[in-house]
Write a protein that binds this ligand. Structure first.
Ligand SMILES: O=C(O)CCC(=O)C(=O)O
Length: 221
């Protein structure tokens, strides 16, 4: 299935073992607060910012001119091992709040403005998930609904039916990169045998695509 039709692709062995070791050490440094997720990683980590702009990653993106506009770290450990319900990634983060047609609702979380942009904008974005650990069936892997990104913003009462009929589990090994459209329906289970399942989550977009005067929270130009 093509990336455009399926909304996802898995690339094997993108990151080599010595880089993985450096990234795991960086992950530990950034994640020292012990929470499940870390935001605004590009600003805090020159190593991850350089990875996000590296040829090894960028060559997999489906269009030229896409830049990293949001960054998060996720882990699943015995202490932080929760399931993630089926959802689409429908929000972006921006520097300041401005009322613009098609951008709604707004929320303010962790000192950052979040907003839902139009589905047409989300359809042009791409997420890369860099896996620092093996993500096998017992490690709370990601499940997706192939092709669901083509349905725009899916009403909440349609999600369960779509997911029950069409879910696919994505397993991967450390060093793999999973690429997906933010509108692809996805979820993840609690890990049956939690250890670590560290993921660097990077969202890419054309930096100029936002309606003026909005600007990406994590893109400095
Ligand atoms: O990695 C996961 O368990 C799911 C993360 C997630 O929900 C997301 O990327 O939006």
């Amino acid at each position: 299935m093509s990336f455009e039709a399926g909304g996802f692709a898995l690339f094997s062995s993108v990151v080599d073992e010595s880089t993985l070791e450096e990234l795991r050490a960086e992950f530990t440094r950034l994640h020292s607060g012990g929470t499940a997720g870390v935001r605004n990683v590009l600003e805090q980590s020159p190593l991850i910012a350089s990875l996000a702009n590296s040829e090894a990653l960028v060559r997999h993106l489906p269009a030229s001119g896409l830049k990293p506009v949001r960054s998060l770290l996720f882990d699943k450990t015995p202490e932080a091992n929760w399931p993630v319900a089926w959802h689409q990634d429908r929000t972006i983060t921006v520097k300041d709040r401005h009322e613009v047609d098609g951008y709604s609702p707004w929320t303010f979380k962790n000192q950052i403005h979040h907003v839902e942009p139009p589905a047409e904008l989300l359809a042009k974005m791409v997420t890369l998930r860099i896996h620092l650990d093996d993500g096998g069936p017992e490690n709370g892997p990601l499940s997706i609904v192939p092709g669901s990104h083509c349905q725009g913003k899916i009403p909440p009462d349609h999600i369960a039916g779509l997911a029950d009929a069409n879910a696919t589990v994505i397993t991967c090994v450390a060093g793999d990169v999973f690429m997906m459209r933010p509108l692809l329906l996805h979820s993840s289970r609690r890990a049956a045998k939690p250890g670590h399942r560290r993921v660097i989550h990077l969202e890419f977009a054309d930096p100029e695509i936002l309606e003026q005067p909005l600007s990406w929270a994590e893109w400095g130009g």
